[in-house]
Design a protein around this ligand. Structure first.
Ligand code: URA
Length: 228
């Protein structure tokens, strides 16, 4: 554990990203191999949890990072936040198998407390480290609309922090059609059941609006002009 901490402390996100820039995976399989083989930048992280879903989807959903359940099972959004996301997708008339689901950070960052592994928020340097992979993933998956679920995904996709509440709705991510909404965990944390129900309805409406946006001609991957 101590050796792991020392190894993480020595790593410099800027240098790591420079090194990554020299890699040019030509397929999603090649990109995923790089991700699996790379050492985690965050503390914890036993394995990389890769994005899942079809290429050329209407929607690509980007969360924060895998949680405890995702780290154990090796799939994105399979824990409590994932269950809530599934319910919201169903209510919005969207088949989960039709969307691509991934995370800004590919490893579970956590603090060990006794037997429990508590989620720890990735910092800006860590998000930047993983950002290069996320951009490659988007280029290779080619979704019509990229949906940022919560603040960490917004940071990864915009390259800067923006408040989710004020920027909720349609946006663009480097020339690509984008949509900003809340992270499902935000709903899970709401103590009041009434507030939670209302927030759930708003979340479903956002997913519906993102789906509608994906039908827009301007969101077809071939007409997207990406500068980066
Ligand atoms: N599970 C994920 O896969 N991503 C999140 O952001 C939260 C839970």
């Amino acid at each position: 554990m101590q050796r792991e901490t020392q190894r993480l402390r020595k790593r410099d996100p800027v240098k790591a990203v420079e090194r990554m820039g020299k890699q040019a995976p030509r397929s999603l399989a090649a990109l995923n191999r790089l991700i699996v083989e790379a050492a985690p930048m965050v503390k914890g992280g036993t394995r990389a949890v890769l994005g899942e879903g079809p290429r050329y989807p209407g929607l690509m959903l980007v969360g924060e990072q895998p949680g405890d359940a995702e780290d154990i099972e090796g799939h994105p959004f399979v824990g409590p936040a994932g269950k809530l996301l599934d319910r919201a997708l169903l209510a919005a008339g969207i088949e989960r198998s039709q969307v691509y689901v991934t995370n800004a950070v590919k490893h579970f960052k956590f603090e060990q407390r006794g037997k429990r592994r508590l989620h720890a928020k990735p910092n800006v340097g860590e998000v930047k480290y993983y950002r290069w992979w996320l951009q490659k993933e988007i280029d290779l998956v080619r979704p019509r609309v990229v949906v940022a679920l919560g603040a960490t995904a917004v940071l990864a996709l915009k390259g800067k922090a923006l408040p989710v509440g004020k920027n909720r709705g349609r946006t663009d991510f480097e020339g690509r059609c984008g949509f900003i909404t809340v992270h499902p965990s935000y709903l899970l944390r709401m103590p009041d059941a009434h507030d939670r129900q209302r927030a759930f309805r708003d979340f479903v409406q956002d997913l519906e609006a993102a789906l509608k946006f994906s039908k827009n001609r301007q969101c077809a991957p071939e007409v997207v002009s990406r500068t980066a």
